[in-house]
Structure formats: structure tokens, C-alpha cells
Design a protein around this ligand. Sequence first.
Ligand code: ALA
Length: 903
Amino acid sequence: MSRPTTVADIREAFLGFFEAKEHLRLPSDSLVPSNDPTLLFTGAGMNQFKEEFLGRGRDWNRVTTSQKCLRVPDLENVGLTPRHHTFFEMLGNFSFGDYFKAETIPWEWHFFTEILGWDADRFVVTVFTDDDEAFQIWREKIGLPEERIYRFGEKENFWPSSAPSKGPNGPCGPCSEIYYDMEPGKPLPANEGLEDLPGRFLEVGNFVFTQYERHDGGVLEALPQRNIDVGLGLERVAAVAQGARNNFETDLFAPLLSTISDLAGKPYLGAKASNEEEEKIDIRMRRIADHARAVFFCIADGAMPGREGRGYVVRKILRRAVRDGLDLGIQKPFLASLLPSLRETMSAAYPELTQQGSTIEALSNAEEERFRDVYHRGITRLEEEMHTLKASGARTLPGDTAFELHDTYGFPLDTAEVILEEHGFAVDHDGFDAAMEAQKSRARAGSELSGDVFAQSLGSLLREQGLEETSFLGAEQDHSTSKVLAILDPAQSGSDALLQEGHAGQELLIVLDQTPFYAEGGGQVGDVGQLLHDGQVVATVLDTQKEEDYHLHRVRLEGPLKTGQTLQAQIDVAKRRATEAHHSATHLLHAAMKHVVGEHVNQAGSKVSSEGLRFDYTHPEGLSQETLAQLEDLVLNHALLAEDVAASLSSLDEARASGVTALFGEKYGDVVRVVRMGEFSAELCGGCHVRNTGQIGPFRILSDRALAAGVRRIEAVAGHAAAAHARADQELLQTAGQELKCPPQQVPDRVLALKGQIKKLKDAQKQMAKSGGGASLSDLLSKLTQSGQLQWSAPQGQSTDILRGMSDEMKQLRQKDGAAVPPAVLLCGGTGEPGTELPFLFQCDPKAGWKAGDLARAFGKLLGGGGGGRPDFAQGKASMPQDGLQGLEKAIESFVSELASPA
Ligand code: ALA
């Protein structure tokens, strides 16, 4: 049989080899650790087996995996060195209290020398200072010469490194590492020398003998069982197997580097790079290849670029890749276009790269576009800084400012430096390094096993007290008779938090043996309600949260309460029913999204309460009104079909095989609960639901908006909340109708009509301004034609509304300063065309004896119309004389001459 050399073949050979040794082959855990809130990312194969190492996990003895890992403390080295990665795979075999050193060392040896066929004479190994047992196995069983077995202390040969003195707490043990000599034939170094030759000796495997649990103060307690945790870096093993100079020059990276080089229009030279410039280009390409892998796998596992925690790390990695792309002269967003090249080598082993393909593409595109903006702003910021430097006469950019540019704006130091130099400035490198170091140790704290892995949580405190997990009855019943198992004061920690009793007014956490109260999880809010004793309320439950499998009822005590007491637990039924309707509606909406929008849509989060539901999903663009209506109808149809809702338990594999929707990036145990609604929806869920979809009642989508790049949120309501929203909308319409003086149905027409009028007015105003004709009152007044005591104007094309406005102003002016306005004014509107309507108005000073109403009546009559009104203001409509303005002038002259004097 030919030797495995490709990454896929080596992975398979390893897993197959250990399967044949009765190991259970398990899938890689997610990069977002499934059961360990102390870790930001999965960084080693053993992460998912901590409980098994401590002897309290699942019933497994031997397991083998290839684990997706992400490590970021060495981010800055990626691409520069041949071996550093952010994302990598670790081949692992694990023994939980089963075999130990004497078995695993020969097995790994067999794998390297027989299966991979590597030269037995090129290996050197290390063992922990006093680990004579491991030494003997290498020496006797394997037959390695003594000079090839090195001994080191806890920094090199303990895992986690330096765990006894520095931590973290948790499972740990001495280890033995195996190295392959890349320059065989040279003399072997002395013990201390090995470390100084990292280029020569390549670490290809680490065998950890996990036999201790570390506690505070470096106390190592022997575990009840001895374990094995072996990890082989797949990329390194492949590099050796393929005779590659570095990990990036293996089959794994070839398609990625080739696409990157096409995009950049420059070759990846590898060994042919002959100067610093060419080497720099290669480094950037390697970095892009590494970072693209990390970003795609993170997004596929639900860690999306964001501002904090995991999201921040993903964003940072992505930005570094894009920045390299910019430096390589790639003008347009490109990262997402690398996905097919990664799939070529990885999607057979990791189908999530295909399943989540459109999400990965959408999110990385959106994030890249956003960063390109940020980058351009970074340049602006740098220019501002230089301006400030110049003004203050300083010549050096402070290190923390340079670091801020690098870290926040993603603006690379070397680029900043080139620009600064051009302007005669330097950078404070020491300050930059110090800021970088501080940042790195923060990253380390967040992403490596440096936290206290087993810091006492409330859950472990309760476990230590021997408390049984809470049994949850709330899927079937709303009340229960329950015993108080523990009373906790959330303000205290450790055993101080445990109280024997509580008193009225205190806010405490209560653990019951069984409860109908749902604890917040899976997007569903925790229940509220009451705890009663003899029909009296002793505690109001304000919220319910979960710690491991204990339900913590957050209560305000209304009376005294003791541990051991028996109570009636009663949830707020109305709120819960409404929450259930929203939860079930969320499942129907999710199924409807897959039907209407596409299978690629993933739920990215949800929140259901009695008030409504929020459904976050990944999709690059907004949904049209039609699509939203289709979704609403589809959900409503399934509610009206009144289908049964049933929950059942099954194995995760069975559920997946039958096509049940599992949530994006969500973790599940081996036994899962499947909630089905007719044939339409089947989803993994531990929450509370209606018994029949008919109980969802009406359903309305209220909004759909962008939440972040590529992530959107729908807000919707069901049941009473939907009815209440409909009612509120109707009331709104009614109020609008009242204001507009029309029935609600006519509101849109009325609004349209008003808009039309406003437009006409505006047009008329514009027209007036253009014609220069009487745009203002003073203009109009100066243009009035004197005819006896009556003055008049007939500005053509003016709307009557405008004339009326003028007349109002005139009235005000008259009251303020009578002299400026003639005692009687006639204004004529209309288009001025012969025979068309001639609206007119009179504006008079009653004190001067004129009566506008009489004038309007007479003038209207004269020109074939009518009019009337008050003494100070009157209006009417007549008809424009056939000879137009001239005729009008004549008519007004004769009208005036007939008015001998004020009536
Ligand atoms: N857990 C060990 C490591 O990560 C194998 O090196």
C-alpha cells in the first residue's frame, strides 16, 4: 500500500489506525467550545474531554478525533515562520482511565515509522525530568539510543506548559514530545541545545500523561484514573510527509495560494524567493491563506466577526488578511472568493464549509467591505496625527498611537512607518511593542487555558453539596409541589452564598427539587410566577436562570423561607402561554424562511417572550414586502391548520439523519429533543411550545432590519400580542381619520389629496418667485393699481390660496401700521386666460367705511359670478372677460367709478 502523504490521507490513516485499536472515532468539536465557557476557542483536541479526564464524563474509554483548533497568541508570527497557524487541525487519541504510556508510545511510533514510513533514526524525543517510566519505554521498548532522549522541566514537558507553577487549574500532566530531525547527519546537540535549534528539530507530536488535577497553589492531586492525551499537528505531519519546506507548501494550501496569487497578479515564489521584497510578498500570501481558513471555519461554527470576545478575534484575523490583500494590490473585496479553494481540500472532512457556504461568503464580504472603509479612515487618522506632530514640533509618533492605528484601524505598522518616514517622522517602537505585549497577554488570557478551568461556579457549589439536578416539569404542567433544596445569596461567593433561610424583602436565588419554571435558554426567557405556602405567596419569582442543570429561581421574598420547606410553585400561566405561542411561531417562521428565502438562511439567534419574538438570521440583503407577506401567510397557514406539536427524544445522529433543523453554531448533547409541528417543522429545541399550532393564533411580522453586516432581525408577534398590535394600528388610523376629517378607509386618499394641494401650493410659490410677480406682500403692495380709493392687482397665474395668504398678512399689517395698506384692496387670481375662472377677494379696512362683503357681491355680479363675506374680508368667483386682462382692467375701472364713495 502506498504511504499516505496528502492531508486527507494522513488524517484518515491516523483515525483509521486508532479505530482499529478500538477507539471511537468522534467528529471534531466546534471551534466555539461546546461546554467550556472559560475558553474563547477550542485550542486542543482535549478541550471537549475535560470531564472524561476527571472521570465524570461520558462512558468512553478510547476516543480518536481530528480537532479543528484556533490559537491566536502567536498571530503575529503567522506567515513569517514555516509552522505557525491560527487555524490548524490536531490529530488526537485519548484514553480515559484505560491504556497509558506503555501502549500509546509504541502505537504512535508505529504510526510514524510504519504507516507514514518515516526514518526511525531521525527521531529525538523529550520526557519530563523525572519521568523514568517514559524514558524506559523509549529506551527499551522502542530502542531509541539514550542520546536521543532528552529531559526537560515543566516549561517544555508539562501540559499545559508550566501548569504546576503557573496553572491553569484542571487536568494536566507530564508529557513526552517527539521531534523529527530535518537536518539528519549533523551531530546531536546537548540537552539544552535542543531548544535552540527549532528549525532543525520539528515537533510532530505531544503525548500528555494526564494524571493530575491542579488546584490553587500548584497542588497536584492525582486523578482517580490515568489518562492519555496525544496531539499531532496535522499540517506539520503533512509537511514532513510531503518533503515540504514549510506547512504552507503542502497540498492543503496549494489551491489557496494559487488563487491568492491570481488575484494579486504576482506569483507565490516559495523557495525561489530571492530577495526581501519577494519574501515579503510570500509572507502576505501565506498569511492570507492561513487567516482565510480561520475566518471561514469560525463563521461556519457560528463565531461571526463582531466587536467583542470571539467576534473581535475573528474580525481582527479577517482584517489582517484584507490588509495584506490591500498591500498586494488587490483592489476589490476578495476574501470570500477564496472559499472554493479551501473547499477543494477541506469540505470532504468538514461539510460545514459547504453547508454554511453562503453565510460565510455573505459575512466575510460584508465585513471586508466595512473594513476597507475603516482602512481608508485609518489613513486619515494618520494624517491628522502627523499634523499634530508637526504643530507640536515632535518628530516621533507615540507607540500607543501607532498601536491604536494598528489594532483599532487595522493599519499596519510598516505601512504607517513608510508614510511617516516620507514626512520626516519616526515611530516609537518600544512603546508600540509594550502596547502590543499588553494586548497579547490579554488575548492569551482569553484564548488559552490560562483561566482557572474549574473556578467554582454556582453549579459546582451545588453539586458539591450533593444536590440533585432540578427536574423540569414545565413542559407538561404549570404548577408543582416542590421542596426547597438551597437558598443562595447572589451577592456572596463560595459556600458563603448558601443560606439556611431567608426573610421578607430579600432578593435571593432558590433551588427546588422539581419545578414548572423554565430557565432561560434557547432564546426563551425564564418564567416568572410565585411560590406559595398554604395558599400564601412566600416569594415572587422574578426570573429563572440555569446553572448547569440547576434551575435558579430569582425571587423577592414576601415572607420567611427555609431550606427543606415544601412549597407550591406556580408559573404565571398567561405569560407562559404567550411565550409558548411566540416560541412555536419562531419555529414556523424558521421553516418558512427556509421555504421562501432559501435553505441557506440560518437562524443566528432568537429571543422569545410573552411580548413578542425576535428572529435573527443570516442573509446579505433585506427582504421585500412581498417576501415578508409570504412568510407571514405561510406561518399563519400552518397555525390555521391546527397541527399537533409533539416533542420527542432521539439521538443526535438520528435526528440529523431525518433532516431535523439544528441551529447554526449551537451545541447539542447526544440525546436531543426534537419538536415537530405537523410535517412542516422539525427542530432541535429544549423550550416550551403550544400543544397545537392553532394556539399560536394570529401572526404578524412587525419589522425586518439589518443588525450587523450580513445579519438581519425580524420582529414579530403572535396570539394576543398580534391582536393588540392590530388594534393599536386601527386606533392610529382612526385618530388620523379624525384629524383629516374623513372615515379611516379614506385616510390614504385624503393624504394623497393633501399632498397634491401642498405640491400645487409649492409650485405656485415657485412660479411666483420665477415670474418675480409679487412674491412678497411688499412687492404686491407696490404694484397695486390706484383706482380711486380702491386699489387692485390681478397677478396672473396666482393661486387663490396665495392671494388669501397675502390678504391675511395685509390684515395684520393694517392692524399694526394702517398707513402702509390702502383702505380697500381687490386681488384677482386665476390663470388670466379669457373665459376661465376668476377667483377674487376684497380686503378692506372697516374703519374706513368699506364693506368687503358688499364689494365682493357687486364685483362678482358684474363679471358673471358671485361673492360675499365679512366687512373686512370677502371673496368670490367670476369669469375672466373674453378680452382678458384688458377687459378686466376696464371692468374694474367701471366698477370703481360706480362706487362714488364708501357705502
Ligand atoms: N493537548 C496536547 C497539546 O495540545 C496534546 O499539545
